[in-house]
Write a protein that binds this ligand. Structure first.
Ligand SMILES: Cc1cc2nc3c(=O)[nH]c(=O)nc-3n(C[C@H](O)[C@H](O)[C@H](O)COP(=O)(O)O)c2cc1C
Length: 373
């Protein structure tokens, strides 16, 4: 008996060790480990097109100016099950705009990955999808949810929620234009009086999409108020719906994430703003979903090191000035510095630093100055 159990343990260890180390998974005890292995082996696997995900997948939301290749790779390293590019203008792609074309450069390590496009012209959207397909993403995602004026005001992004017929035409055209699975990301509706998502979800599914992400807000809400997951649940519970439903909105902790899965039955969730200055959130959330236990915190210096790596990567890719500017959103929002007494002056200096040397001197001083290890 002992020989058999040892053999099985060794076998599992070989099979899963590569996967576990890649995803930075830590197990507290054997029981948790075996529960995890059982789940992987015997529980249902979620699929978008032919892409398989382990149970309770957690995705990095597409975010303009945030989810560039560096940040995507970092979130992937901490366990994000899928990442999305920033949204890419179909018109700019079709016109071969160099900066836009750079946004669809992807690399093997970030798979599975979706390239997201937006626009309001069906022909341009279909052509843009074909251009994206040449970059070989796993999925092409259509943005029908962006609320900002320069996009929604022109009828693209969430603006499409006021023109569902055009939205469906675009979706059909994109699905027909490419071989890759096509998914859609949208909101509940245009405003409080037009929450059309339950019917719209069925119509989008009939266009042939392979998955649907719903942000639980209307366009009018922009990012205000609380995300409402009740309609996301209604879409998921609709017996006509066959495609995976990905829920999105206000997930900012492992506990909230688990609750959303349990309350709504969604197939996956997507995290956006809570990743700012906190790419390790995926590691914490995934651990909690797998084990029901919170991951013990790392040292202050460990988290600080991650942020410093993030800054270095941005500087390496974008140059010193742009790299530092790009990192400021993360440094400003990171939960790592929240609640440190008398931190205000350091914070101001940190967000004003213009050179890497200046910025790192400020960051390196923090642990000693504030007695944090
Ligand atoms: C700075 C920023 C940029 C965003 N850019 C995009 C985008 O390019 N495409 C998209 O579909 N959604 C975009 N979003 C919306 C997010 O993907 C997500 O739906 C929203 O932030 C709600 O999720 P959260 O509460 O987890 O942040 C953006 C959000 C933010 C804050």
């Amino acid at each position: 008996m002992k020989i058999i159990s040892t053999f099985i343990s060794v076998l599992f260890s070989i099979i899963f060790s590569n996967f576990l180390s890649k995803n930075q998974v830590v197990f507290e005890d054997k029981e948790t480990y075996f529960k995890f292995v059982y789940r992987i082996c015997f529980e249902e696997i979620m699929k978008i097109g032919n892409i398989e995900f382990e149970r309770y997948p957690v995705f990095l939301a597409p975010m303009e100016d945030v989810t560039d290749i560096g940040f995507r790779l970092l979130c992937k390293k901490f366990g994000a099950d899928m990442v999305y590019t920033e949204f890419v203008s179909s018109d700019a792609l079709v016109r071969n705009v160099e900066r836009t074309l750079q946004k669809i450069n992807i690399c093997e390590e970030e798979r599975p990955l979706a390239i997201q496009i937006y626009g309001r012209d069906p022909g341009a959207m279909a052509e843009a999808a074909q251009i994206c397909e040449e970059s070989d993403p796993d999925i092409i995602d259509i943005n029908f949810g962006c609320p900002v004026k320069k996009v929604a005001g022109k009828g693209a992004g969430a603006g499409m929620l006021r023109a569902p017929e055009l939205m469906l035409e675009i979706t059909r055209k994109v699905v027909d234009a490419v071989k890759k699975p096509v998914t859609v990301k949208t909101r509940l509706g245009w405003d409080e009086n037009s929450k059309i998502i339950v019917t719209l979800a069925e119509q989008l599914q009939d266009c042939g999409i392979a998955g649907l992400t719903i942000h639980g807000r209307t366009r009018s809400q922009m990012y205000k108020g609380e995300a409402d997951w009740t309609l996301i649940k209604e879409v998921k519970s609709n017996p006509r719906m066959q495609i995976p439903i990905i829920g999105n909105g206000d997930i900012d902790s492992p506990e909230v994430c688990k609750q959303r899965f349990e309350d709504t039955g969604v197939d996956a969730v997507m995290i956006g703003r809570a990743t700012f200055g906190c790419p390790w959130i995926f590691r914490e959330v995934k651990h909690f979903l797998r084990t029901g236990k919170k991951l013990p915190p790392e040292s202050f210096r460990w988290y600080l090191d991650v942020l410093k790596q993030q800054v270095l990567e941005s500087v390496h890719r974008l140059g010193e000035r742009r790299g530092i500017l790009h990192s400021r959103r993360h440094l400003a929002a990171t939960p790592l510095f929240k609640g440190i007494p008398d931190f205000k002056q350091t914070r101001i200096a940190m967000l004003r630093a213009n050179t890497l040397k200046e910025l790192f001197a400020i960051l390196d001083e923090i642990p000693e100055k504030f007695h944090l290890d």
